[in-house]
Structures are given as structure tokens and as C-alpha cells.
Design a protein around this ligand. Sequence first.
Ligand code: C5P
Length: 227
Amino acid sequence: MVYTVLLPAAGSGKRMGAGQNKLFLELRKVPILIHTLRAFEQDQKCQEIVLAVKKEEQAFIEKLLAEHQITKVVAITEGGAERQHSVYACLKASPSKGILLVHDAARPFIRQEVIHRLVQVAEEFGAAVAAVRAKDTMKKVENGIIQETVDRDSLWIIQTPQAFKYDVLEQAERLAEKEGFLGTDEAMLVERLGEHVHIVESTYDNVKMTTQEDLLFGEVILTKREQ
Ligand code: C5P
């Protein structure tokens, strides 16, 4: 049960307002990107990592990898204008045709148990995504007015990792590109094939570093884990 990670890291992180790629921001003096890479570097079941980066950031990232002794990155490819394009670029550069795990480089706190469960379910059924249950009351709103209260029991918040058999993801990406379809995650592309995408229950601390306040959560999570 081994897997390959596709790690899109070619974003700009405008919502963070850091004026640089947010993945270079540090939590406990270590860049977010390195925290994420370490989760896979330390997992024996992770065979290799494929990174998508901005061309102008490649040299700096290679330096970071060497500095922090990240050895599993086997390919660094150029990312695209949208996240989906960066993931597709990773897939094309993947030396493996086994289980592929797509993970946002901006989610540094992913747990090994969740990764392993995802790989297991993807191996059995073809596609699996990490998700948590919606905790709050959910309502559909239009023009500032509530239209309906949505049944919370059927709502899940979708995260990455998302794990797929190679053929499933490859077909989904190819179809999306052909039809000019842009999704917000890989599961959306696979759903369009009519494939079942399974949910694997994840944890609420698998946060994506998106805005400044997420950095605060990040520091707290790291402190707690070190105790
Ligand atoms: O912006 P957001 O945090 O949603 O992006 C999720 C992940 O996708 C990040 O790790 C980011 O670096 C990556 N990304 C990318 N190429 C893009 C946009 C985002 O690799 N064009």
C-alpha cells in the first residue's frame, strides 16, 4: 500500500496578504511548505513526491529542500494559472501509475492515519477524499436573504488529501481540460465521470493556511502536538 503525492505549491496566496508565496511563511521558524513535506517524508508508505512550483521560485524551493533534508521529491514541474492546472502538471510528471494522493501544500497538519485510510479506500474503490462534518447550522443565502436551511447531516466540508487510482484521476483531468471545466477540487472532476468518490473522515486541525488568522491556529496546533 504505497502511494505518490502530487503537491501543488504554485499559488500566490493573495488572501494571506503576505506579499509573497504564503508557503514560505514560517511556523515555529520552519516554512509551511517544509512542514507539509515532512508529513510525507516521514511516512514510510509515501514512495515519492511530485511538486508543482512557479518557475521563478524553483531555485529557492530546491534550496529549501536541501536545507531541510527533504529527499523524496523526484520531480519538480511548472505550475499553471489555476490550482487544477498545477495538479494536472504534477500528474503528467508522476513516474508512478499507482495510487496518487493530491494534497495542498498549504495544509501542513495532515495526519498519517487519515492518509493511510485514504490510500486504502482509493485502492479499493478508486477515489476517496478527506472531509469533516459541518458543525454549524448551514443556510443557503441569496442577496443577503436566507432561502433555506440545509440539512446539516448530509453536509461535509471537503479537504485534501484526495486519493485516486492513476487511471481515474488521469481520465478526469483529461476530460476537464477537453471541456474547459474548472473545478475547485479533484473530486469534482472525478464526479463528472460518474465515479463514486468516497468520504474518509478527517480532523478539524487539517486547516489550510489561507488567511492571517490561520497562522495563529497553526502555531497553536504545533504547540499542542509538541507537548
Ligand atoms: O490558494 P489555495 O490555498 O486555495 O491553494 C491551494 C494549494 O494550491 C496551495 O498549496 C497553492 O500553492 C496551490 N496552487 C497551485 N497553483 C495555482 C494556485 C494554487 O499550485 N495556480
